[in-house]
Design a protein around this ligand. Structure first.
Ligand code: XIL
Length: 395
């Protein structure tokens, strides 16, 4: 499989960060966990770890993106950790069109079926990802020239897959990443061949094929500016057409150093005011420098540049680890403030070794964006996230 990534994805937008003040921790047990921190996990193993899904059980679902190695239970320690920590999963790649619909009239449901079985076995809700996206399409789609043929593919794709998994998955990302940064519609193959209404049409078809499944729009940077306005307009358009949309997913690929808390808070308010649930669907916090503003004139400095962009190959300094933990703490405090509006928070992966951010937007880096390290040990950030649930009195 050739893995394509969204090309224009600015992960790291510098923004002022409004910091929330930490509160005292309520219970002795939680305090003990926090004091002992990672050593607690190391000494006692996974079995005695606090659990994210238990800590937030009254608030929102806690999910992770899983790959097929995890679904196929290749590593028993990873399986135990997933079962203990999460009550929702999103397939990281295996339900994308390139895999599930590799030929014009050929579907391959093998991976998706195993995902559903895994979810049943360990009691996780599946957010199926995704039906309509410009990326990770099977190659034959880009050769479809006429609108009728593309409409045929589009209708068949949505109807076949959504119907097959109705009642088996909890929700669908019906449309993924349809917006440009300025809030206009991305000129994807769907938009170009089918026109702007393809999004309403996708939800209409999904609603018909999957009446028991929640239907979402999912995108990155929609917490921000014109793109947020574009997402609001899109949701209103779907609703005005009398078509069901149940939620909006803010992906949440942020930089640990620049989390746009104010934008996130405003977007939770504004999206939920439309009557849809808000979710954080692909949460990870990069600790590495951003390449987006690179001056391309320095081609002679390739080696130095590569080192500069990949500074933590031998481990994460304590100061950066603390920044990551603080970032997650601030975010989860905000999520708890709006827990009535938020139905799920999903991390884009379980552990740092799995993260796509080791390969994107620069290949071969060592990133540390998640709550568990490469040995599946909980990091300081994990204990902060657990602590936030405790301090707000919902346990
Ligand atoms: C990423 C996967 O994590 C990678 O393994 C793959 O190579 C590319 O896609 N937005 C999305 C996700 O909606 O599907 C993307 O997942 C990350 C960005």
């Amino acid at each position: 499989m050739s893995l394509l990534v969204p090309k224009s994805m600015p992960l790291l937008i510098p923004k002022p960060m409004s910091l929330l003040v930490p509160k005292a921790i309520g219970t002795f047990i939680l305090a003990a966990v926090l004091v002992t921190g990672p050593a607690f996990g190391q000494q006692t193993g996974t079995a005695s770890l606090p659990s994210l899904k238990s800590a937030y059980r009254n608030d929102f679902l806690i999910g992770a993106a899983l790959n097929m190695r995890q679904i196929d239970e290749k590593d028993p320690a990873a399986t135990a950790l997933i079962a203990q920590q999460f009550n929702a999963l999103t397939p990281e790649n295996s339900m994308k069109a390139a895999i599930i619909h590799p030929g014009w009239d050929r579907y391959n449901f093998d991976d998706a079926d195993r995902i559903v079985q895994f979810a049943e076995k360990y009691h996780l809700k599946v957010n199926a990802h995704n039906l309509i996206w410009h990326s990770q399409l099977p190659p034959f789609v880009s050769h479809i020239q006429d609108a009728d043929s593309l409409r045929h593919f589009f209708t068949d794709h949505i109807t076949t897959i959504a119907a097959r998994y109705d009642g088996k998955v909890y929700s669908w990302d019906v449309v993924n990443e349809a917006l440009n940064e300025d809030g206009t519609l991305r000129k994807s193959i769907y938009q170009q061949r089918l026109g702007d209404d393809y999004i309403v049409e996708a939800f209409r078809l999904a609603q018909k094929a999957a009446p028991h499944t929640l239907l979402y729009y999912n995108d990155y940077n929609i917490e921000h500016g014109k793109k947020r306005e574009g997402a609001i307009a899109l949701i209103k358009k779907i609703q005005a057409a009398g078509v069901r949309i149940d939620g909006v997913g803010i992906q949440g690929h942020w930089s640990a150093a620049h989390i746009p808390l104010e934008d996130i808070e405003n977007s939770i308010r504004e999206f939920s005011a439309l009557g849809v649930k808000v979710m954080f669907t692909e949460l990870d916090l990069s600790v590495l420098p951003s390449p987006w503003n690179r001056n391309t004139a320095d081609v002679g400095q390739q080696a130095a540049y590569a080192d500069k962009m990949n500074p933590y190959v031998n481990g994460l300094p304590d100061s950066v680890s603390a920044q990551l933990a603080k970032g997650y703490e601030d975010l989860f405090r905000l999520f708890m403030k709006y827990k009535e509006k938020i139905s799920r928070v999903t991390f884009w992966g379980v552990d740092d070794g799995q993260s796509w951010l080791n390969g994107f937007p620069i290949r071969g880096r060592t990133n540390y964006p998640l709550l568990f390290d490469r040995q599946l040990k909980p990091k300081a950030a994990f204990y902060k996230v657990i602590a936030v649930a405790g301090e707000t009195g919902t346990r």
